[in-house]
Design a protein around this ligand. Structure first.
Ligand code: APR
Ligand code: PHB
Length: 390
């Protein structure tokens, strides 16, 4: 089998790039380790930057997002028993975000691939990358007893944090930067009316909490928990009671609870791998970087990788211009690190740290006090939350 661009990973990054390139006549093959059902069974975040939403529309995948997604022009920060609204529209110069579940977005991308008869190979086992520095890379995967070879011009590693692509870069070439946080997020999905029309990020001495949503009938809530906790430690009743303790009394009073239809704990991590290119292998999305979800940058960090690769590959095939490919790693990392900074800042400001000193706790409070007292500080938060320019 031969193709122009072989994409490893059928998550949002791989699917979106494949769709964008296909619309420009550039052939791709996606190799996905799991089944489509498994991929679509993952519960992920739900806030899309303006730039990501635009990319979905350019990929002819934005119709349901525009119909069912919600435009949000602000969110709340709860603190000291009250809450303060962050007016994104005012402080970002008129921008906003779209609240639309990543699961639905991934479903839309798969349906678009089907419509265009895109090649997405599921249950592709033991994917291996070969001759990445040769100019003629090739990829193999196992299909039952058969080993299938795909010759290509470029390999895109969109296979997430646990994928094979990043690990195909020699250790003396790859640099990894990581920061682990001493807590996780316990998340619950419930078929209940959201407690608030806009998201609420709550800072509380008992720990961080987040009130989010997927629609007006599907709510998503999180609370910070110790890394030693497991889902079994948290009945629905215990979860709802703890969430209420961390919210302002008027919000807690109107919280509608219900059975969890999904409940899981995820550790928080900051991670960046450099460079994001090795020969004709280009890393994109979670394969190259991970952020703590506090700043809602996960999928949105992948968006700029996809945008840069889309334009760079288009320039290569349409005019033989390789400047985009040659500049990809530096350009992608410049924006990735800004998303890393913002995610670290939101996480540090809003969570309780088990070993923090009184000085650090006062600094956290001062971070919030300064934010609410300064239009420029609010502007900085807003421009990062709606998405820095690509
Ligand atoms: N071979 C083939 N596919 C693989 C392999 C492999 N060796 N390893 C992983 N995959 C697949 C996974 O099954 C997954 O479907 O690659 C896909 C990677 O998708 P994601 O992990 O969702 O990463 P990405 O597409 O970059 O999307 C980033 O997902 O994890 C969230 O918070 C993150 O919102 C962000 C988004
Ligand atoms: C979510 O809805 O899952 C969500 C929203 C905002 C975040 C993180 C997660 O910052």
């Amino acid at each position: 089998m031969k193709t122009s661009v072989c994409i490893i990973g059928g998550g949002p990054s791989g699917l979106l790039l494949s769709q964008l390139l296909h619309l420009k006549g550039i052939n791709t093959v996606i190799l996905e380790r799991q089944s489509r059902e498994y991929v679509l069974g993952r519960i992920r975040a739900g806030v899309l930057e303006h730039g990501f939403a635009e990319l979905m529309r350019e990929a002819q995948c934005g119709e349901r997002m525009d119909r069912e997604g919600e435009i949000h022009e602000g969110f709340f920060i709860a603190h000291d028993g009250t809450q303060t609204r962050v007016d994104l529209h005012k402080y970002s110069g008129g921008s906003s975000v779209v609240v639309y579940g990543q699961t639905e977005l991934t479903r839309d991308l798969y349906e678009a691939r089907d419509r265009m008869k895109g090649v997405v190979i599921h249950n592709a086992e033991d994917v291996q990358l070969h001759d990445l520095k040769s100019g003629s890379p090739w990829v193999t995967y196992r299909n039952g007893d058969d080993i299938v070879r795909i010759d290509c011009d470029f390999v895109i590693g969109a296979d997430g944090f646990h994928g094979v692509s990043r690990k195909s870069i020699p250790r003396d070439v790859l640099q990894e930067h990581e920061k682990a946080y001493p807590f996780g997020w316990l998340g619950v999905l419930s078929r209940t009316k959201p407690v608030s029309p806009e998201l609420i990020y709550a800072r509380h001495e008992r720990g961080f909490a987040l009130c989010s949503l997927r629609s007006q009938t599907l709510s998503r809530y999180y609370i910070q928990v110790p890394l030693s906790d497991s889902v079994e430690d948290w009945t629905d009743d215990r979860f709802w009671a703890e969430l209420k303790r961390r919210l302002p009394a008027d919000v807690a009073a109107r919280l509608i609870t219900g059975p969890s239809i999904e409940k899981s704990i995820a550790p928080l991590r900051s991670f960046v791998a450099e460079p994001m290119r090795y020969g004709n292998l280009f890393l994109a999305g979670d394969a190259a970087h991970i952020v703590p979800p506090t700043g809602a940058r996960g999928l949105n960090s992948a968006a700029s990788d996809i945008y840069y690769l889309y334009h760079a590959l288009m320039a290569h095939y349409q005019s033989g211009d390789d400047s985009g490919l040659d500049g990809y790693s530096a350009k992608a990392l410049a924006r990735v690190w800004k998303a890393q900074r913002f995610s670290w800042w939101m996480t540090t400001m809003l969570h309780t740290f088990p070993d923090s000193t009184s000085y650090e706790q006062r600094l956290q409070q001062t971070e919030l006090d300064y934010l609410f007292s300064s239009d420029k500080a609010m502007g900085s938060l807003a421009e990062n939350y709606v998405g820095l320019p690509f």
